[in-house]
Design a protein around this ligand. Structure first.
Ligand SMILES: [Zn+2]
Length: 527
């Protein structure tokens, strides 16, 4: 029989602790619905009372209809020496109005004595009273035992006493937290096993952090040792090195451990969901993320890649389709027609036989001038299409111009001003934009000029811009190579430009980035 595992998402609470992340209430609502559609059973929405945004989110989110998920509010125990009935923290938690609440309490004796400055009996009572009070208000209660693994190693009897107190009062999950993230998977498995033997009757959960690079492994070790609930964050965002990434956790559970944790068809949407959350978080998607990363199924060209084309099982641990990702080939050595045809197949582009030598010739010539197509797959696809006689139907650039002015001594940064003249679908657009840098100003002006006719461009973000000055080895002066990474929230692509002039190189990479985005619009509309 398939074993049931309960996924508990904390993207909106623990995951929001990541440095540089800040979700608006609207962002949270979008993520909530996306994760609900994925079929996650529990979504922790935040800590009501801890900040006004979390409180406001619960006020609105509890009115939303969810298909699969239950929204959970998070809080902590009553304070030392306080009555649970008088606790403002617990009042805020209850006021959020969710049927299930999770609260965190200390299970490491050192923290009770040093951080709370109270005795161990009071430490246990704080957990006990908190569960009792929340249960008396009719809530389902999950208990996060903070620093559990460190606490268990330091004073196992106390750590167990805390769990027992929560269980006796009616907590329905005892979640063992590796709060410092330093516990190794084998140790997690051993301790979960011991807790199982000592605390009976209440399902366990696991919550891990990635400080030792083991968060996903430890969560899975917890499952193998018998926990029911696994807590994680989409893309592993979180404080320091992050939380356990629920994307590979879910993929491993379904594809490798035959666990029942998501509705049928959901695992195929993991790549899309990972990219969506990155987009809302305004973070460039991690191209090396297991399962969902852009390079997760990308093979280096050569023997290996041609092997993949024939017999993918020999080179891929799962099929990219299984998680909604795609296979790729890194085109480091495009010398051969076979590699080129493989790239064309990856682009879903039927390259004509006569075009192959033309493309090879152009590639050779461009690489000699400093282009690289190893990462710039979007530029490669455009090159193949152009060499096959394709002309893009979207826009014609008449001219572009940028100038940078510094009024010396005025105390302001130099100002760049760009003007772009473009024809689209028969009409001519002249747009200007200002910015602190010339490339940013050009990007804004071009985007303005095109968005009238192509509103889908608003989904495209330029994620990264890299410049390299290449040595004077090509019979010209030093040339500049620009690589631009772009994303439309579903997929990412890279374009390249080369010139002795950095503006011209940037412009080439920029226009190709938009062109590629128009050629491959998003498949999934906004939720
Ligand atoms: Zn945590």
């Amino acid at each position: 029989m398939r074993r049931r595992v309960e996924l508990y998402d904390t993207t909106l609470r623990d995951g929001a602790q990541a440095p540089g992340l800040s979700y608006s209430v609207e962002d949270r609502m979008r993520i909530l619905h996306k994760l609900d559609q994925l079929g996650l059973p529990y979504i922790e929405g935040g800590w009501p009372g801890a900040n006004p945004r979390d409180t406001e989110f619960f006020r609105l989110a509890t009115k939303e209809t969810l298909d699969h998920a239950e929204l959970v509010a998070f809080g902590m125990t009553r304070r030392a020496g306080e009555n649970a009935e008088d606790s403002a923290i617990l009042r805020d938690l209850l006021d959020a109005g969710t049927e299930t609440v999770t609260f965190v309490g200390k299970s490491w004796d050192v923290h009770v004595e040093k951080a709370l400055r109270t005795d161990l009996d009071e430490g246990v009572a704080m957990v006990r009273d908190t569960v009792r009070h929340l249960r008396a208000q009719g809530r389902h209660v999950f208990f996060d035992a903070e620093h559990f693994f460190d606490g268990f190693l330091g004073n196992a009897d106390f750590a167990i006493r805390v769990l027992e107190a929560a269980a006796e009062e009616g907590a329905e999950r005892l979640v063992l937290c590796d709060t410092n993230g330093g516990t190794l998977p084998s140790e997690v498995a051993r301790i979960v096993g011991e807790v199982h033997a000592r605390v009976d009757g209440v399902p366990l959960g696991i919550h891990t952090h990635n400080d030792a690079g083991c968060a996903v492994a430890s969560a899975l070790a917890g499952v193998e040792a018998g926990v029911l609930q696994v807590q994680g964050v989409v893309n592993g965002y979180g404080e320091r090195t992050g939380n356990a990434d629920i994307v590979p956790i879910a993929a491993n559970l379904v594809l490798k451990m035959d666990a029942d944790c998501l509705p049928p068809g959901a695992v195929e949407r993991l790549t899309e969901v990972a990219h969506y959350v990155a987009e809302v978080a305004n973070v460039a998607p991690d191209s090396r993320q297991p399962y969902a990363g852009r390079f997760a199924f990308t093979h280096k060209a050569g023997l290996h890649a041609s092997g993949v084309a024939r017999f993918s099982e020999a080179y891929e641990h799962v099929s990219p389709d299984a998680v909604g990702n795609r296979r790729g080939v890194v085109a480091s050595d495009l010398g051969g027609a076979a590699t080129l045809k493989m790239k064309a197949a990856e682009f879903d582009f039927a390259i004509e036989v006569e075009a192959v030598p033309v493309v090879l010739e152009q590639l050779k010539e461009r690489e000699a001038r400093g282009y690289t197509f190893e990462l710039a797959d979007a530029s490669l696809e455009l090159l193949m299409r152009r060499a096959s006689g394709w002309t893009q139907p979207f826009f014609v650039i008449d001219s572009y111009r940028v100038h940078v002015e510094e009024r010396v001594g005025d105390g302001d940064a130099p100002l760049a001003e760009a003007t772009v003249k473009v024809r689209t679908k028969g009409s001519r657009h002249i747009e200007s934009a200002e910015g602190h840098g010339p490339v940013g100003a050009l990007d804004d002006a071009l985007r303005k000029a095109l968005t009238n006719d192509y509103p889908e461009l608003r989904h495209i973000e330029l994620e990264d811009y890299r410049v390299r000055v290449l040595a004077e080895t090509h019979g010209t002066g030093a040339v500049v190579r620009v690589l631009i990474d772009s994303s439309n929230g579903e997929r990412s692509w890279t374009t390249v430009g080369v010139s002795e002039n950095i503006i011209e190189a940037s412009w080439e990479a920029l226009t190709d980035a938009y062109l590629f985005g128009l050629l491959h619009p998003r498949e999934v509309a906004e939720p």
